[in-house]
Design a protein around this ligand. Structure first.
Ligand SMILES: Nc1ncnc2c1ncn2[C@@H]1O[C@H](COP(=O)(O)OP(=O)(O)OP(=O)(O)O)[C@@H](O)[C@H]1O
Length: 237
């Protein structure tokens, strides 16, 4: 269970995240949606203890990330960031993470298989495409068989087949009773993956609830977003 309560973060005078509250519950995929710069990554970074909020709390199963013992076994995260050392082979990158977190080595081949990357296990990461790097990041998030997955833009760089694979995988992962929170700026694509949605715009939550409720009076999630924000066609992303 992820519980975010009255979370705020300012960068100078920019209220990047402004009094944000929502939860993501076990057994469901929750989509955290909004346009570029809406505050999604900043919220997820605070949830993962990488940014300090000005106020509010972000808890995972009742505690802040920083207080979780063996965090990789509790929370799998995929964020834009440093990424793997380019000269390392994919499997070695995962072995290194597993070893430093007390995760059995056999998980490496299991997660490579899960994300469809077994064929590239011995390829150096510098030769990976963007989509392959994204799959490797997802594999790393899955290593510790975490109860909670936090994924920032997991569809980035994936081809349609990759998106479909990840979608099916995340739905079945949640169906086992795990909590899955994923962010995206792609409303249409995400609508097919999620049970619940939380929509953020300019740092504030503008709608949240089961997908069917949020889209009830609209032809699509995207239409719901533009109705909520009063946006026009030219502002679409
Ligand atoms: N380290 C930082 N220093 C200053 N401003 C920042 C920093 N990180 C984010 N911001 C600002 O905070 C706001 C929210 O950015 P954030 O990256 O959280 O948005 P996002 O919804 O994840 O967007 P995207 O879909 O483009 O990744 C933006 O105005 C951004 O410019």
């Amino acid at each position: 269970m992820i519980a975010i309560t009255e979370l705020s973060k300012r960068f100078g005078s920019n209220k990047a995240v402004d009094n944000v509250s929502f939860s993501a519950t076990p057994g469901r995929v929750t989509g955290f949606l909004g346009p570029n710069g809406a505050g999604k990554s900043t919220t997820l970074r605070m949830l993962l203890g990488l940014d300090r909020p000005n106020s509010g709390t972000a808890l995972i199963d009742g505690v802040p990330y920083s207080r979780i013992e063996q965090p990789l076994r509790a929370v799998g995260a995929l964020l834009d960031g440093a990424g793997p050392v380019p000269e390392r082979r994919g499997a070695d990158h995962l072995r290194w993470i597993a070893q430093s977190n007390g995760i059995p080595r056999n998980r490496v081949s299991e997660v490579l298989e899960q994300v469809g990357l077994s064929h590239a296990a011995k390829t150096r990461v510098r030769k990976y495409s963007l989509g392959m790097k994204q799959r490797l990041g997802l594999a790393a998030a899955l290593l510790g068989e975490p109860r909670t997955l936090v994924l920032d833009e997991p569809a980035n760089g994936l081809d349609p087949e990759g998106i479909r694979t990840v979608r099916t995988f995340l739905r079945s992962y949640a169906a086992k009773g795990n909590t899955v929170l994923l962010s995206s700026h792609l409303m249409g694509e995400t609508a097919e993956t999620v049970d619940d949605v939380v929509i953020i715009n300019r740092g504030s939550i503008i709608a949240q609830g089961p997908l069917a409720d949020v889209t009830a009076d609209h032809s699509s999630l995207e239409e719901a977003f533009f109705a909520l924000t009063g946006g026009t066609q030219s502002e679409r992303w």
